[in-house]
Design a protein around this ligand. Structure first.
Ligand code: CP
Ligand code: NVA
Length: 329
């Protein structure tokens, strides 16, 4: 397997074998870190982390992974660089490509990360756009493998906004890895027909299945993995909260829903999550709409079935695997 110099823009570009290779590499790197074995094979290299949106996990995972691999990482946040204001993405890509050996981008448009990849000449990794969140899916798949021992034949039921980065990317990842994926949401929040058809084609070749439904009982039946995401994503207007809550409250992951999944089902969420009143936005939504949990309730989030912090830790190991595979010759 050789992924040297490859970009990670969407998992659509990767074969099941390549994804499996990255997951196995992540598990090896995780094991090495736990045992204190050094992996600083990229000493002398430099990467840049471009963030047009906020981040805790993705930024920290890229930074710690870079340091563990012996590299330096430069962070450019939403303000402070010339990108997009005085300098085009294409020019920025060519400048950064002269100085850095790899580029991570988190922001709005998928076209931006594609442009960075095209013109920088160095491996470019998508740390989240409106359309895809591929590094998150690698962490989710590794977490499922750790808890279920396999991916093939596992039923993943996703509840919530199914037309954004997480819904789209989970469908792709599940289709690639032979899983049975169901997105359960009101029709207005389903993925595009174009992406669904692509995933259906992938599923036909891997033995997976992909399905969209508004029927909660049908979606949750026999689910091994229950997943949700925030109802309003970064970059969306605050004004959409009211409508989103109306649309998605019936699809909330709560103990009633979890009780209908398999007894040993696990719960995943990419985080950050609104499950109590301990955040500023959570409190604002509570004051306006009277809800103390949104996409998931506190009891499920804190319950035994929740593996969200294993999943968060796995961001580090899977991102390290992506950097390693694409940068080590
Ligand atoms: N899950 C995830 O991408 O988290 P951050 O926004 O904190 O990076
Ligand atoms: N859909 C969320 C994912 C956060 C990791 C967002 O884009 O804000």
């Amino acid at each position: 397997m050789n992924l040297y110099k490859r970009n990670l823009l969407t998992l659509l570009d990767f074969t099941p074998e390549e994804i499996d290779y990255l997951l196995n590499l992540a598990a090896e790197l995780k094991d090495a870190k736990k045992k204190g074995i050094k992996t600083n094979v990229l000493e002398g290299k430099n990467i840049v982390l471009l963030f047009e949106k906020d981040s805790t996990r993705t930024r920290c995972a890229f930074e710690v992974a870079a340091y563990d691999l012996g590299m330096h990482a430069t962070y450019l946040g939403p303000t402070g660089s010339q990108m997009g204001k005085k300098e085009s993405i294409k020019d920025t890509a060519r400048v950064l490509g002269r100085m850095f050996d790899g580029i991570e981008y988190r922001g709005f448009k998928q076209e931006t990360v594609e442009c960075l990849a095209k013109y920088s000449g160095v491996p470019t990794w998508n740390g989240l756009t409106e359309t895809y969140h591929p590094t998150q899916i690698l962490a989710d798949l590794l977490t499922i493998k750790e808890h279920k021992g396999r991916l093939k034949g596992i039923k993943m039921a996703y509840f919530g906004d199914a037309r954004y980065n997480m819904g789209n990317s989970l469908m792709i990842g599940a289709a690639k890895m032979g899983m049975n994926f169901v997105a359960c949401a009101p029709k207005a929040l389903w993925p595009t027909e174009e992406l669904f058809n692509k995933c259906e084609d992938v599923a036909n070749s891997t033995g997976a299945s992909v399905h969209l439904t508004e029927d909660i009982d049908e979606a949750i039946k026999d689910a091994d993995v229950v997943v949700t995401d925030v109802w309003v994503s970064m970059g969306e207007a605050d004004s959409v909260w009211e409508e989103r809550i109306k649309m998605l409250l019936p699809y909330q992951v709560n103990s009633g829903l979890m009780a209908k999944a398999k007894n040993d089902a696990i719960f995943l969420h990419c985080l950050p999550s609104f499950h109590n009143l301990e955040t500023k936005i959570g409190m604002e939504v509570y004051e306006k709409f009277g809800l103390d949990g949104l996409e998931v309730t506190e009891d499920v989030f804190e319950g035994n079935q929740s593996k969200v912090f294993d999943e968060a830790e796995n961001r580090l190991h899977t991102i390290k695997a992506v950097i390693y595979a694409t940068m080590v010759r």
